[in-house]
Design a protein around this ligand. Structure first.
Ligand code: ADP
Ligand code: MG
Length: 294
C-alpha cells in the first residue's frame, strides 16, 4: 500500500470534544440521496510527465508551434472517486472519514452537483443547496459582503439574508471583524463564519467539510444544535472531519473512504474503531520501513 499522510489526523479524544448527549433526530424511511457507482475524474492540464528532465526553455515561436501537441501530452487524469455507492435518508447525519487525498471533498462536491460524474449517478431528492459556500466566498471582501454572497449561493433571497444577517454574525462570534476583509480573519474566525453562513439556510442536505476543527467547545455545541435542527427539518447532514471524536459526537453513521473507494459504511463507533486501527497500523508500517532504510 502506498505511503499515507496521516499527520493531520486527530484521533486523540480530548475531554472537551466529548459530548454525552445522544445524536438526536429521527431517520425517515425515505431516501434523500442515492449515489450509484460514482466515478469522478479530474483532468489536470499542463502537468509535466514524471521522469523527464527539467523543462527546456522554449522560444515563444516554439511554444506557439507545439501548443496543440503539448496540451495533448500535458493532460493527466486523477481518478479521485472510483465506484462509490450508498444511499442516505432524511434525518440522517453521516460522517465521512479517510486520510488526506482519499476523495472525501470530491465526493461532497459531486453530491452538491459541482462536478459531473465521469460514470455513475447522483440522485438528490430536494435541493442540495450547497453549501458550495466555500467556493463562492472571497477573501478580499468583508464578512458582511460574504454573508450576502454565501446566502444567495444557498438560494436565499436578499431579504432573507438581511433578516438572518445578525444571527449569522452572532453565531460566528466575529463581532466587528464582520466589517473587515475575510482574509484578515484568523483561521478560526474564517471557519466559524463559513459554518455560520452554510447553516443560515435550512437546506435539504447540509455538507460540512472540515469546518469544525478549530472551533472551541462552545462553538461545537452550537454547531451540533444547528445540525440537529437541519435533521429535525428532515434534512441530511454530511460531516467531513479529521477528529473522530467530533464525527462520533455528531453522526451515528460513518463512511470510510480510501483511495476513492468506500471501505466501510456502518455505525460511527464501529467504523471509527476500524479506521483508527488502520491509521495506527499504517504509521507503524511507515516507521518500520523508514527504520529499515536507515
Ligand atoms: N481540483 C482538482 N484537480 C485535480 N486533482 C484534484 C483536485 N481536487 C482534488 N484532486 C485530487 O483528487 C484526489 C482526492 O482529493 P480530495 O477529494 O480533496 O480528498 P480529501 O478531501 O479526502 O483529502 C487527490 O488525489 C487530489 O490530489
Ligand atoms: Mg478534503
Amino acid at each position: 500500500m502506498a505511503a499515507i499522510e496521516t499527520d493531520e489526523d486527530d484521533f486523540e479524544i480530548d475531554a472537551e470534544d466529548l459530548d454525552d448527549s445522544p445524536v438526536t433526530g429521527s431517520v425517515s424511511e425515505q431516501l434523500s440521496l442515492l449515489v450509484n457507482d460514482l466515478h469522478i475524474t479530474y483532468r489536470v492540464f499542463g502537468a509535466k510527465k514524471v521522469g523527464h528532465g527539467p523543462a527546456k526553455e522554449q522560444s515563444a515561436l516554439q511554444k506557439f508551434l507545439s501548443r496543440g501537441a503539448s496540451s495533448q501530452q500535458g493532460v493527466r487524469e486523477v481518478h479521485a472517486v472510483r465506484g462509490i455507492s450508498f444511499s442516505a435518508r432524511h434525518g440522517e447525519s453521516i460522517g465521512i472519514i479517510g486520510v488526506n487525498g482519499s476523495g472525501k471533498s470530491t465526493l461532497l462536491r459531486a453530491i452538491a452537483g459541482l462536478i459531473p460524474p465521469a460514470q455513475g449517478s447522483v440522485y438528490v431528492a430536494g435541493d442540495p443547496a450547497l453549501l458550495g459556500v466555500n467556493a463562492v466566498l472571497m477573501g478580499d471582501l468583508t464578512g458582511e459582503r460574504n454573508i450576502m454572497i454565501g446566502g444567495l449561493a444557498l438560494g436565499l433571497t436578499p431579504q432573507q439574508v438581511k433578516d438572518r444577517y445578525q444571527d449569522v454574525v452572532d453565531f460566528a462570534e466575529i463581532g466587528e471583524f464582520v466589517n473587515l476583509p475575510m482574509k484578515s480573519y484568523s483561521s478560526g474566525m474564517g471557519q466559524r463564519l463559513r459554518f455560520a453562513i452554510s447553516a443560515s439556510a435550512v437546506p435539504d442536505i447540509l455538507m460540512i467539510d472540515e469546518a469544525l476543527s478549530t472551533g472551541d467547545a462552545g462553538f461545537r455545541a452550537k454547531s451540533k444544535a444547528r445540525i440537529n435542527e437541519v435533521r429535525e427539518a428532515a434534512g441530511t447532514v454530511f460531516l467531513v472531519s479529521h477528529s473522530l471524536a467530533t464525527v462520533k459526537s455528531m453522526c451515528e453513521r460513518v463512511l470510510w473512504v480510501h483511495q476513492g473507494q468506500l471501505v466501510m459504511d456502518g455505525p460511527a463507533e464501529e467504523v471509527c474503531k476500524h479506521y483508527r486501527r488502520f491509521v495506527v497500523a499504517s504509521r507503524e508500517a511507515a516507521k518500520a520501513k523508514a527504520d529499515a532504510e536507515k
